[in-house]
Design a protein around this ligand. Sequence first.
Ligand SMILES: NC(=O)c1ccc[n+]([C@@H]2O[C@H](COP(=O)([O-])OP(=O)(O)OC[C@H]3O[C@@H](n4cnc5c(N)ncnc54)[C@H](O)[C@@H]3O)[C@@H](O)[C@H]2O)c1
Length: 270
Amino acid sequence: MTMTMTTRRFTGHRVLLTGAGRGIGEATARRFAAEGAAVLVTDREPERAERVAAAITEDGGTAEAYGCDVTDDAAVRAAVAHAAETFGGLDTLVNNAYSCHPDPSAFEDLDSAAWYQDIDVTLHGAARCVRAALPHLAAAGGSASIVTVGSVNAERHFGDHAYSAAKAALASLTRTLAVSCAPRGVRVNLVEPGTIRTPAWSGREDALSRVAAHYPLGRVGEPTDIAAAITFLASPDAAWITGITLPVDGGLLISNLGMNEAMRPGAAAE
Ligand SMILES: NC(=O)c1ccc[n+]([C@@H]2O[C@H](COP(=O)([O-])OP(=O)(O)OC[C@H]3O[C@@H](n4cnc5c(N)ncnc54)[C@H](O)[C@@H]3O)[C@@H](O)[C@H]2O)c1
């Protein structure tokens, strides 16, 4: 006899995700919904959020779409209020929206508008969402959490100065919030993805193929790899986990494959 076990960890759970109109945010919204959560799919591009919410609904899940740019305080407050009213409260906030401008060849040529935008969306955007969501999360009765999407860029040099600085700041914010929010029954954690095959990489599939060789597990990540980690951290299985930074990176941060290759006897001669 074959037994199929469907895990539904989020029945009755209410989730708001930012930047969830595609990529990692979309995969995470779909995973929460597939496991029983009601999800508010928010994105700066409302039609992207609509598409994802419609797909979830078509699959039998509970989802609504909401246009929300995380740089806009009023929009963030409105989105959080909408989730709380529609679903009767909020259990999980997923901070996923980001901005990343490519570096110029010299740091002094970095355009200051680009610098501020990367920091504003990536760092301040998460802080805005946390401020708006906290009263609702604290009212959820001890099962609430915040999961923020960071990046391996916070830990090592991969370029993108402003984006990387903002992602590193998110790790600190995660720790300080974890302690200050613990007495209110809200856990706060961070996931740091390595390279993930999302629409952010469209047109650069050749680069994705090349970087795969730098991953000990032999491939780049898929959005579902990150959705699995985010939903774990939001689930009751992580009830005693707060303030952590969890790399989900196929072994990238603990490896040094380039140097290993350079040290291999005969490598230079080939
Ligand atoms: N894809 C990767 O290789 C990778 C690697 C490390 C970390 N990450 C992180 O994962 C997260 C998601 O990345 P992705 O690759 O899925 O991105 P993506 O570009 O595919 O999707 C991001 C979504 O965010 C929305 N967005 C952009 N600015 C916004 C704003 N101001 N307010 C609200 N929404 C906004 C976009 O409209 C888009 O739908 C980000 O935090 C990113 O830093 C991604």
